[in-house]
Write a protein that binds this ligand. Structure first.
Ligand code: PFF
Length: 603
């Protein structure tokens, strides 16, 4: 019989709520949400957003709390074991490997962005980020800071100082994890969450009292900024992309579907409330997201940058790291507020990143009976390797982007579907409802369970299929039509100057030496492709009704893997890691079986 460990526990109810909220409130709230909302219909985004919150987010959150506590009081904390308790089947534990892989991989790049935040905060303190009103200086600072120009740039001599910040941040995370859920995570979140609220409110107050800083531009006021973010564009509601973005945002923001809440909830006792605690942590997250994230980031950028601010909404991080420093430079006492803002982002990020480590630690301890220092050491080596990988392959942030897509989006949807299946169809909604209400301070209507059984899986599957359909395959986007006379200038070889000029007129980017190749075969004979030096397809030229139609190639995620060596390597890295986790789960499963760990658990 294995030695029975003293169960780890949360110290107080408010402690666990703050820890779960700490996991939820992070960079997603302040950086990802505003960009997402502004790009997908402004105020109109809030309709699919709130529907996703009510139909997917909160119900799935309750389901995770329920499964986690149910297995926790039976002595299990790691997702592979928890899923086995929920569904007594040999394959359940392998589903759990996703719930170990996802937080682990997300940690590898999230901790890097966390270190950027602290790095920026320090640069505000020292004044190095007060670069005046030239916007390009901030983009250059960011590019240099994160090594966008070339792979390995951050490890090059003269560029290494901020690596110390990264190491410091890494170590902080591990100290918190090493101290355990109660003394580490809970104690820290109880201090960090109030600090975040205070810092957030100070910055909010500053933004909302900016008035119209430049009288020559009366539109660029607080009201104008709020309108820029929130004016509804209802036509966007018919676009599938809006629904996709809204539901993805809900999952990412609430930390639902990552295997984190099941782990956190497993440290509760049978008498603890789930229903109200789950709802409270979701509500806290929404306060940070809609009230602070939604009112600070974009409105502030608009007040100073005007519609140019919209140029930054394309990338999740650009908005925070490139647009806002412009804003602080122009704002009275900007250096102080810049520091507060980035320090708050750092605090928000660290309460999230520790939550990514805890499920993995729990698995290493439970699966291999490792002591805390041994499990922390193994996890330290694993996550440092991944972090170095992202750090080294910094060019255009390809490695980071690939991990975020394949793990933070694709694998996440898969795990969310698996969890909804395990809860509603294997554990059963009747049992789930009873379990959720044991010790509950509020009653949750039965219809929520029905939704979990019938609506959530369909909603998730529909979104997942739509997501794959939109993001995975490549497609050709018609750009412009030009006169048929250009057809005569087309031949295998270089692009004619007159046609290149047509591209330049429309600000379409061509590589330095674009080559033209004729499509081969049948009706395609009159079609051409423009390729770059590595023969990647960039544009197609096809005959149209009134001349030539130029279409740009929009590579989907599948094609982008084969286009870039780093992207291929990243996918390989994730696959090898996944294989490794599967093997670990397999070995752990055999140990549990040999120890008879599940024998007394009812099916
Ligand atoms: N919910 C966090 C945020 O909004 O930034 C992000 C996050 C936390 C993602 C924990 C994944 C995770 F495991």
């Amino acid at each position: 019989m294995a030695e029975i460990k003293v169960r780890e526990r949360w110290g107080s109810r408010i402690g666990v709520i703050l820890a779960v909220a700490g996991s939820a409130v992070g960079l997603g709230n302040f950086l990802r949400f505003p960009g997402n909302a502004a790009q997908n219909g402004g105020g109109a985004f809030m309709l699919p957003y709130f529907i996703s919150l009510l139909v997917l987010g909160i119900p799935m959150c309750w389901a995770e709390w329920t499964m986690g506590r149910y297995a926790g009081v039976r002595g299990f904390n790691s997702a592979p074991a928890i899923y086995t308790v929920i569904w007594r089947n040999r394959i359940s534990k392998y589903f759990g490997s996703l719930a170990v892989l996802i937080p682990l991989v997300i940690y590898m790049y999230y901790v890097l962005i966390e270190a950027w935040c602290l790095g920026y905060a320090i640069n505000y303190l020292t004044g190095s980020l007060m670069l005046g009103s030239d916007a390009s200086k901030y983009s250059a600072f960011f590019a240099n800071f994160v090594g966008i120009e070339s792979d390995g740039a951050l490890l090059a001599e003269g560029n290494r100082t901020w690596l110390l910040v990264l190491i410091g941040v890494f170590v902080c995370n591990f100290i918190l994890i090493y101290r355990g859920v109660n003394k580490g995570i809970e104690t820290f979140c109880k201090v960090a969450m109030p600090i975040m609220i205070v810092l957030g409110l100070i910055v909010l107050l500053r933004v909302l009292t900016l008035g119209t800083p430049d009288p020559t531009k009366p539109d660029q006021s607080v009201i104008g900024g709020l309108g820029f973010m929130w004016n509804p564009h209802p036509e966007k509601l018919w676009d599938f992309q809006t629904w996709l973005a809204a539901s993805g945002q809900i999952f990412f923001s609430l930390s639902v579907g990552f295997g984190i809440i099941v782990n956190y909830a497993s440290y509760l006792s049978e008498k603890d409330d789930l229903a109200l605690s789950g709802l409270t942590s979701c509500s806290m997250n929404e306060f940070f997201e809609v009230c602070l994230g939604g009112l600070i980031t974009l409105p502030a950028a608009f007040i100073f940058l005007g519609v140019a601010a919209s140029g930054f909404t394309g990338s999740t991080f650009a908005l925070g790291f490139q647009a806002l420093p412009n804003v602080f430079a122009m704002m009275p006492a900007g250096q102080f507020f810049g520091f507060l803002w980035f320090f708050m982002l750092f605090v928000a990020a660290i309460t999230s990143s520790v939550s990514m480590l805890q499920p993995v630690i729990a698995f290493l301890e439970e699966g291999f009976a490792l002591k805390r220092h041994a499990s922390a050491a193994v996890l330290g080596v694993l996550s440092a390797m991944g972090c170095l990988f992202v750090l080294y392959f910094s060019k255009n942030l390809v490695a980071l982007d690939m991990m975020d897509f394949w793990v933070g989006s694709v694998a996440l949807f898969m795990l969310a579907m698996i969890q909804s299946f395990l809860y509603a169809w294997m554990f059963g909604i009747k049992r789930g409802d009873e379990e959720l209400h044991r010790g509950a301070h509020i009653r949750i209507p039965w219809v929520v369970q029905l939704m979990l059984k019938f609506v959530v899986p369909v909603y998730l599957a529909a979104i997942f299929i739509g997501f794959c359909y939109q993001k995975l395959p490549s497609f050709d986007k018609p750009e412009f039509e030009t006169s048929a006379r250009h057809a005569a200038s087309l031949s295998d070889g270089l692009l004619s100057e007159s046609l290149a000029a047509e591209f330049a007129k429309r600000e379409l980017i061509l590589p330095e030496e674009p080559a033209v190749l004729r499509e081969r075969g049948g009706a395609a004979d009159e079609s051409w492709r423009i390729v770059d030096a590595s023969e990647n397809l960039l544009y197609r030229i096809v005959p149209g009704p009134d001349g030539l139609v130029i279409k740009s190639r929009q590579p989907g995620y599948v094609e982008s893997i084969s286009r870039s060596r780093v992207a291929t390597l990243t996918v390989l890295f994730i696959s090898v890691l996944f294989g490794f986790v599967l093997v670990l789960v397999h070995i752990a499963g055999r140990r549990w079986q040999a120890e008879g760990r599940f024998e007394n658990i009812p099916a």
